[in-house]
Design a protein around this ligand. Structure first.
Ligand code: WTA
Length: 658
């Protein structure tokens, strides 16, 4: 499959030959302006990473920078620090009055939170959590909308050494339950609700449903956000505002070991339940602060930085919370949707707050492209000096549109490749040094060792395509999967051996040795920049009483990105009609969350299978993408494919909606 994909994509890429040198005025002021840092980091990666770790405040310095290698590595061994201290306390003397977050609620409220105020709120909640019996090492679940209490909750956990497990507010009760149970969380912090496109997301209701089957949760702390009526269970549920009212705004930060867990964050894998990615303290904080400072060229006293992701995903953890706060910079925190109340909401925020750096995903850029240039054109966006993207391969047209219509044709655009597992950006341009190519993430960050290899693990060299690998550990990478070490080894370190990390992505190297990412090569789909496995959606579908069997594939669409297409065989006696289609979409939303709803569902009496009964997803992918079919000789039931193909016209129409 990767060969096919590589072939496909190379054609498109070869047509994209434009390059952009760093603009002179940008280069001369850049945090990373000297190309020799690559050489320095290559020659002595440990010394390089140590120099980045030194930018943090350590209670006790490490004894060794790096121990071990893939799959087991440790960083800054013996070092002691606290993530919340690095994000807050150390800025108080020089920048306590600096704004940490300009918060903007979807309905229109605005709140300005200084470092001092954030520090006090974090200390209060840290004290509350201790009162509630949360001790060092206990896990705390967080299920909140994009409100200031979300970073406060994360930092309060970090302050007392309790790993947090944030669950994206768009996930369902079932998803929340599974994550709470896997992590064994003791306390859940949630809200009465959140706003999304004018609607209310019933977070407390979902929490109640989840907790009914999450026996480890002892207490629930509820933030009042919408003021909706919610049921509060006596003895279990407590209002956030009542708890912090009397709490002290001072609290020492625990001295944590560099390798102590900072947080768990769940992400989709190819099979089975979501994986609890385990991030530690010293290496993670080093990675996120260093990449944030150098890639986004942060000037903490001047920049207004906006990462328009949701904190529920890793992008928000690393580049809304830990990276920006460690660097003492001012960020925008926006609660809502980009098109609410109108499609220029983002651009009015950029104008009003003078945003200088914007980091978002290709899916958002494509949505703005679709809505039209009149929306950005209505606003003065001249404060922007740097743009970034993450989450999926960015098509060159979208890259160029972003630079032209948002960046005024002058800003560098940094395409950053990384994953929940890597914790921080791994492949990216440095905007004061790197020649940019629309569609390429260019080069590994200093101290990151990446390559592209073939099936046998042999480097393909310049001009070749194959599998992306990382050949040496970096500090911010995850250490294991929570409670499942074997799955950690099997998923990431079996394909090319124990000493090579396989992220699951295809890639190509061009003649300059620059990296072009080609998307996933496994059964993980990338939906609007978020990872959803075909297996999860299939399980949700067959969980419905009318479904006998299902197969799910991703359909690549150059305009829309990847879309979920489901092939479903209803049980005898059930019609595959519009009613069932809507029921199934609603059911998937219920089991996983709205983002996992199939965009199209094709009902079929049978699925193409091999003689041994394996569903041939490869052929279904061909059907979904309207390609010539691949090899069908091993098929048991070849005629069914013609039937399915006949229905593929209907595919465009069925169930397509945002
Ligand atoms: C994809 C998001 C191409 C990739 C930070 C990866 C990208 C998965 C890029 C991780 C990029 C992320 N170009 N593909 N710049 N950035 N990806 O864990 O397939 O939600 O494996 O982390 O997104 O998704 P995750």
């Amino acid at each position: 499959m990767v060969e096919e994909k590589v072939e496909h994509t190379i054609e498109a890429l070869l047509q994209e030959r434009r390059t952009f040198e760093p603009p002179g005025p940008f280069a001369s002021q850049a945090n990373a302006g000297d190309p020799s840092i690559y050489e320095r980091a290559n020659q002595d990666p440990d010394a390089w990473w140590a120099s980045q770790a030194e930018e943090l405040d350590w209670f006790h310095k490490w004894d060794t920078v790096f121990e071990g290698g893939f799959p087991h590595h440790k960083w800054f061994v013996g070092g002691k620090l606290n993530a919340s201290y690095n994000c807050l306390d150390r800025h108080l003397a020089s920048a306590g009055d600096r704004v940490a977050y300009h918060w903007i609620g979807e309905p229109g409220e605005e709140r300005t939170i200084t470092y001092k105020a954030l520090y006090e709120d974090v200390c209060r909640l840290a004290n509350v959590l201790t009162e509630l019996g949360v001790a060092r090492g206990d896990r705390v679940g967080i299920y909140l909308p994009m409100i200031p209490e979300l970073p406060v909750a994360m930092l309060a956990c970090a302050r007392i050494g309790a790993p947090h497990s944030v669950v994206f507010g768009g996930f369902s009760a079932d998803s929340l339950r599974d994550r709470m149970n896997d992590g064994g969380a003791k306390v859940l912090i949630t809200a009465d609700g959140g706003y999304r496109r004018g609607d209310i997301v019933p977070l407390k209701q979902n929490s109640d449903k989840a907790i009914a089957e999450s026996p480890s949760i002892e207490r629930v702390v509820v933030v009042k956000r919408t003021g909706e009526d919610v049921s509060m269970q006596e003895g279990r549920d407590l209002w956030y505002h009542d708890l912090i009212a009397d709490a002290s705004p001072e609290r020492d930060a625990e001295s944590m070991d560099s390798e102590d867990i900072l947080y768990l964050l769940y992400t989709s894998g190819t099979t089975g339940k979501p994986k609890g990615i385990v991030h530690t303290t010293g290496g993670y904080m080093t990675g996120v602060s260093s990449t944030h400072r150098l890639i986004f060229d942060i000037k903490p006293d001047r920049d207004v930085y906006w990462c328009a992701a949701d904190i529920g995903w890793v992008t928000g953890h690393s580049y809304i919370v830990y990276g920006p706060l460690a660097n003492g910079c001012t960020s925008i925190l926006y609660e809502g949707a980009p098109d609410w109340p109108d499609k220029d909401r983002w651009w009015s925020i950029v104008e009003e707050y003078g945003v200088s750096i914007l980091y978002t995903a290709p899916t958002a850029i494509r949505a703005h492209m679709k809505w039209g240039t009149e929306y950005p054109a209505k606003h003065d966006l001249s404060s922007l000096r740097l743009l970034g993207t993450v989450g999926e391969p960015i098509n060159p047209e979208a890259w160029v549109w972003y630079q032209e219509f948002i960046g005024g044709g002058k800003t560098p655009v940094v395409d950053t490749w990384w994953q929940t597992e890597t914790g921080a950006i791994m492949i990216n341009p440095l905007p004061g040094i790197t020649t940019l190519k629309p569609g390429s993430a260019t080069k590994p960050f200093p101290g990151v060792f990446a390559d592209v290899v073939d099936d046998k693990g042999k480097p393909v060299g310049k001009g070749g395509g194959g599998y992306l690998v990382l050949t040496r550990p970096t500090p911010p990478m995850f250490r294991t999967i929570w409670g499942d070490e074997q799955r950690y080894l099997d998923t990431y370190f079996s394909r090319f051996g124990r000493d090579t990390y396989f992220p699951g992505d295809g890639a190509k190297l061009d003649e300059d040795g620059d990296f072009w990412l080609l998307g996933r090569v496994d059964d993980v789909m990338n939906i609007a920049g978020h990872r959803i496995s075909t297996y999860e959606v299939e399980s949700a579908l067959v969980d419905h009483k009318a479904v006998a069997e299902s197969a799910v594939v991703g359909r690549q669409d150059p305009k829309e990105g990847e879309r979920i297409v489901a092939f479903v065989t209803p049980k005898a006696g059930r019609e595959g009609d519009e009613t069932l289609l809507q029921e199934l979409r609603a059911h998937v939303a219920e089991v996983i969350g709205k983002i996992a709803r199939p965009h199209a569902i094709i009902f079929t009496d049978d699925l193409p299978k091999t003689r041994s009964g394996k569903i041939m997803r490869r052929l279904l992918r061909d059907v979904a993408e309207g390609r010539e079919l691949g090899d069908v000789t091993t098929l048991l039931n070849a005629p069914i494919l013609d039937e399915i193909r006949g229905k593929s016209d209907a595919l465009k129409a069925a169930g397509e909606e945002e």
